[in-house]
Design a protein. Structure first.
Length: 94
C-alpha cells in the first residue's frame, strides 16, 4: 500500500512540475481549475454533503473560476499582471 502511494505521489509531482514549467499560463490555469474542481468534488464527498449540495458547491466553484479566468485575462495568449494581482491578493488573504 505504501509503495503504491509513493509511486502515485511521484507521478503526480512529475505531472505538476511539467505543467508548471512547460504549459503556457492560460493552459496551466485550466489545469489548476480542473484539479480544484476534482478536489471540490472530493471535499463534498468527505463532508458527507447531499447530492444537491455537492452539485451546487461544484457549480458555484466552477462559475467563480470561470469569472476569474476571464477577468484575469487568461483567455488571451498574453496575461496582464495588473489584473491578476488583486486575485492573488485575495487568495493570499484567504
Amino acid at each position: 500500500m505504501l509503495k503504491q502511494r509513493v509511486l502515485t505521489a511521484i507521478v503526480l509531482v512529475a505531472a505538476l512540475l511539467s505543467a508548471l514549467f512547460y504549459l503556457p499560463a492560460h493552459w496551466f490555469a485550466l489545469f489548476a481549475a480542473a484539479a480544484m474542481l476534482i478536489g471540490g468534488q472530493e471535499w463534498s464527498k468527505l463532508a458527507s454533503a447531499g447530492r444537491g449540495v455537492a452539485m451546487l458547491f461544484n457549480g458555484v466553484l466552477a462559475a467563480v473560476m470561470a469569472v476569474l479566468f476571464v477577468l484575469g485575462g487568461f483567455h488571451s495568449t498574453t496575461v496582464d499582471l495588473d489584473l491578476i494581482k488583486p486575485i492573488l491578493l485575495i487568495g493570499c488573504i484567504w
